[in-house]
Ligand binder design. Sequence first.
Ligand SMILES: *[C@@H]1O[C@H](CO)[C@@H](O)[C@H](O)[C@H]1NC(C)=O
Ligand SMILES: *[C@@H]1O[C@H](CO)[C@@H](O)[C@H](O)[C@H]1NC(C)=O
Ligand SMILES: *[C@@H]1O[C@H](CO)[C@@H](O)[C@H](O)[C@H]1NC(C)=O
Ligand SMILES: *[C@@H]1O[C@H](CO)[C@@H](O)[C@H](O)[C@H]1NC(C)=O
Ligand SMILES: *[C@@H]1O[C@H](CO)[C@@H](O)[C@H](O)[C@H]1NC(C)=O
Length: 366
Amino acid sequence: MNINKVLTFLFFHFIFNFRITSAQICSNSFCRRTEPIIRFPFRLENLQPNSCGYPGFDLFCDAFNETLIDLPNSGTFTVQSIDYESQNIWLNDPDHCLPRRLLQLNLSTTPFNAYFYQDFTLFNCSAFDYARYRFDPIGCMSEENYTVLASSDETAIRLLESRCSLIAAVAVPAQLGFVEPVMTSDLAGDIRLTWGSPRCGRCEERRGRCGLRSVNGTEIECRNAARRGIPRFARYTIVIGIGLPGFLLGLGFLYLICIRVHNSSRQRHPVMEFSMAVVPHSTTTISGLDGSTIDSYPKTVLGESCRLSKPENNTCSICLSEYMPKETLRSIPECQHCFHAECIDEWLRLNPSCPVCRNSPKSSPS
Ligand SMILES: *[C@@H]1O[C@H](CO)[C@@H](O)[C@H](O)[C@H]1NC(C)=O
Ligand SMILES: *[C@@H]1O[C@H](CO)[C@@H](O)[C@H](O)[C@H]1NC(C)=O
Ligand SMILES: *[C@@H]1O[C@H](CO)[C@@H](O)[C@H](O)[C@H]1NC(C)=O
Ligand SMILES: *[C@@H]1O[C@H](CO)[C@@H](O)[C@H](O)[C@H]1NC(C)=O
Ligand SMILES: *[C@@H]1O[C@H](CO)[C@@H](O)[C@H](O)[C@H]1NC(C)=O
């Protein structure tokens, strides 16, 4: 083995990697100081290279330095706010008539989706005394001789059906998970959307810098994230500095012990050798559930809208990250608590009880 060759390889490997990484650094940007900060997966279309963003996440600035996004099939929206950790974006209409835009909203060709939808029905009322019923008109869609009203309350909808003409029923992305029927709304509030991919939320949480692994690819990586526990460099040092000599030392000890046991059992109990081989190991047992029991618990794949029965349930209590569309959840039948399947499976293999209520599914017959 030529040591010079190895060193040369390592040197060029280091230089090459360093060059690639530094070329990919994309700085934070914004349209105006008060506008949302723009960074991966978003990028400013005309100012930053393609590799600074993810397909479908291109933003641009308008003449008033407002941040805009073009959603295919749904048109241009203003970006009111972006939360990179929870992977949420809040949008509104640049022409200040969001309800008109909601009638044409179709997110199926975008990377975005809503966690929750609330169904509203819009009516066109010409001879209806809406003020008497305290309805809130949608001003931007109403004219001198007619008023447009929206409601998600069944009783109100029945009343409006009898007095007005139906415009359409629309699924409106809701701000919060828990949506009570609303008698009247002007539907002017920002809509909150989320994205499932790329998943940079956990990287952002750890103050890391999310980005594309290579210029042409779609694979992402998280750089400079604060690690829980020991930093990577220190871990390598520990592995090489302590682990390797420790491992060799351990092997030596094991060898000595083996020879001793072997010799002593031979000398004093000639039969032991055989019986020792048959007696099963009494290692400390992990008292979790077995794979088939865990697999028997119901699994569900979250729909596009991530509809869950209870609003406080949109976060997995094991890994503390929010559920994203298309993720697989598993619930414990005894208490109906829900978690990411991968999180709860790992948990149940070690602990036989629900991490939330401590109910033991093992003790009750399944
Ligand atoms: C937009 O930003 C540019 C450069 O930052 C500035 O020159 C311009 O005055 C801004 N326009 C408005 C309408 O704020
Ligand atoms: C949304 O657009 C897709 C593709 O263009 C289409 O298949 C789908 O029917 C549309 N959905 C609605 C609700 O219009
Ligand atoms: C409401 O109805 C009137 C006729 O009664 C019609 O001229 C108008 O375009 C309708 N408006 C909407 C938004 O449907
Ligand atoms: C509203 O109705 C009144 C009376 O029918 C009519 O004179 C007026 O032109 C209408 N206004 C519009 C904008 O259609
Ligand atoms: C990236 O794409 C460009 C143009 O399509 C191509 O020339 C280049 O070789 C690609 N680079 C890699 C690393 O695949």
